[in-house]
Design a protein around this ligand. Structure first.
Ligand code: F6P
Length: 222
């Protein structure tokens, strides 16, 4: 048994004013979420270990002696953007293996980076309506601009790695990447991915089982 924990970063100062993309730091609210996340995940790590030991104790009274289960590594992956890195800054590095990975960055909105949706609608009305018509295939204009499909391809190698490993892990990432990861594990069709509800300050736990994946969700009470 292993657990994959997923969350978006805490609220950033750009989230608070409705701007997309960019690399802004956390707002005060976002920092509070980060503190709470570190306590919550540490508690989950302890509970996981207790459950593992309980299972071991009840198995070893009934059958042949088995060895004590190893403590699982607990990885924490974030993107390379400030808002995810700051979200995990309270995590204890002796308890968690923390890594920052560019593949987990948010969709890059090219010329529309750091604009609000209404600014995009005014400045680039055609782009705005193209995206509304087909959010999955639409690629933002300008150097490096991405579409949902581009992000799906970008994070594919990470999904392969996640499937392969057996460690517990927390991934702190962004709206688009979180939608794609959840959709992959929960078998949601591609067309539905761009409109999935994945609010800020919500923590998901996936537990892959033999035939499906169990999902639990916690909403941070602000
Ligand atoms: O607004 C936060 C954000 O993560 C942006 O950086 C990003 O462009 C957007 O959400 C993605 O959501 P959607 O595809 O629904 O615009």
């Amino acid at each position: 048994d292993r657990q994959i924990w997923l969350s978006r970063h805490g609220e950033s100062t750009d989230n608070a004013i409705g701007k997309i993309g960019g690399d802004s730091p956390l707002s005060e609210k976002g920092r509070k979420f980060g503190e709470c996340l570190s306590r919550f995940i540490f508690k989950q790590k302890v509970l996981f270990r207790q459950k593992q030991m309980d299972e071991y104790r009840s198995a070893s009274t009934s059958s042949l002696p088995t060895s004590v289960p190893q403590v699982k590594n607990f990885l924490v992956w974030t993107s390379m953007l400030k808002r995810t890195i700051e979200t995990v800054e309270n995590f204890d590095q002796r308890e968690f293996d923390i890594m920052h990975i560019r593949f987990l960055n948010e969709i890059y909105a090219g010329l529309c980076e750091e604009m609000s949706h209404s600014e995009i609608e005014i400045k680039y009305p055609e782009e705005y309506s193209e995206r509304r018509k087909n959010k999955l295939y639409y690629r933002y204009p300008g150097m490096g601009g991405e579409s949902y499909l581009d992000v799906i391809h970008r994070i594919n190698p990470l999904i392969v790695e996640l499937e392969r490993m057996t460690d517990n892990i927390l991934i702190v990432t962004h709206q688009v990447v979180l939608r794609i990861l959840l959709a992959y594990f929960l078998d949601v069709e591609k067309e539905k991915v761009p409109n999935m509800e994945v609010p800020l300050h919500t923590i998901y736990c996936l537990q892959p089982k033999a035939y499906d994946t169990e999902l639990k969700r916690w909403k941070y009470d602000e």
